[in-house]
Design a protein around this ligand. Structure first.
Ligand code: PCA
Length: 321
């Protein structure tokens, strides 16, 4: 009898421990299931579920289905959701350190982009920390290139066009190109082109291929202007509440996700550029003149960016260079 009671108590205790440490978490992401970052997010959630024996069960809500992209930082900060994925550039108005992500011609190869990320990461982590968030991992996009309805040989070919923007930095870039910036989220791109809200955009071959850009543009000029990233962040309080073992499972899954992103993007960049060409888009290298004109704008943007926060941005540039 005693023994039975003791066993029952022990079992109840075990159950309670599980119940206290078990968690159903929600992870909003901005982009659809066809995108590399989303695929990695699902695997990240699987790794954590397996590593915690189901105690931390993360539901990935892709394609901004639970929280609209611009609202994801606030949702994680306030603990409305425990973690989420964010395109770094959209936080450019929160603090200039986030703008390192969308500066044209600062880092245009994957190796340089990785170095820039290492240089910027401590400053990014500091700002996220002030916002109650902890950085888990990043996923880079392929380099950002130019989609238009006509060939582009020089900057003046773009003058007056309505240019898609997706961050404060890309709005500024559109201004400097003598185009008109219009903010459009990925799911609305096809409609924005068909209704004449935008005439041109700068984004990855992946976003062009996923959105069937051949339906609304004819030319892809491969300027490779910058390599932006998404980050996955967790609410600090939610993370701290976990046991040390659970925290370690999450950190290990994050490290694996980071590797998958930086390896995988090289493959998707090549595949998706080929897909654009296969579907009839004219893919071409930029003219020397166009690159020189873009380069000048890039220099202006680096200078403006540094003036915005000389200390933090100076540190990033110094680390990078
Ligand atoms: N695709 C996303 C972010 C960068 C990219 O390549 C977009 O166009 O919004």
């Amino acid at each position: 009898m005693f023994k039975q009671l003791a066993t029952a108590t022990l079992m109840a205790g075990a159950f309670l421990t599980t119940a206290v440490n078990a968690a159903q978490w929600h992870m909003p992401t901005p982009y659809g299931d066809a995108n590399l970052p989303t695929k990695i997010a699902y695997e990240f959630a699987e790794d954590i579920k397996a590593g915690t024996n189901g105690d931390i069960n993360i539901t990935v809500h892709s394609g901004a289905s639970l929280v609209k992209h611009p609202e994801i930082p606030r949702a994680v900060r306030t603990g409305q959701v425990q973690l989420g994925e964010i395109f770094i550039g959209i936080m450019g108005n929160t603090h200039p350190v986030f703008k390192h992500d969308n500066i044209p011609f600062l880092a245009t190869s994957f190796d340089d982009a990785k170095r820039l990320w290492e240089a910027a990461k401590p400053e990014v982590e500091k700002q996220l920390d002030k916002e109650g968030m902890k950085l888990l991992y990043s996923v880079p996009w392929p380099a950002q290139s130019l989609y238009t309805k006509a060939p582009v040989d020089r900057m003046s070919d773009l003058e007056g066009l309505k240019m898609r923007a997706y961050s404060p930095s890309t709005s500024r870039l559109a201004d400097l190109m003598n185009t008109t910036p219009t903010t459009v989220q990925v799911p609305e791109i096809p409609q924005a082109f068909s209704t004449g809200i935008i005439d041109a955009m700068i984004t990855s071959p992946s976003t062009g291929a996923n959105g069937q850009a051949w339906d609304y543009v004819s030319h892809y000029t491969d300027i490779k202007a910058w390599i932006p990233k998404n980050v996955v962040v967790v609410n600090k309080r939610a993370f701290r509440r976990l046991s040390d073992e659970q925290q370690q499972v999450i950190l290990d899954a994050a490290a694996a996700a980071e590797m998958k992103g930086w390896d995988g993007v090289r493959v998707t960049a090549a595949e998706d550029t080929a897909t654009l060409a296969e579907n009839g888009i004219e893919v071409s290298e930029p003219s020397e003149q166009l690159m020189q004109e873009f380069q000048k704008i890039g220099d202006i943007m680096i200078q403006e960016w540094e003036e915005e926060a000389p200390k933090e941005v100076g540190t990033i540039l110094q680390n990078y260079r």
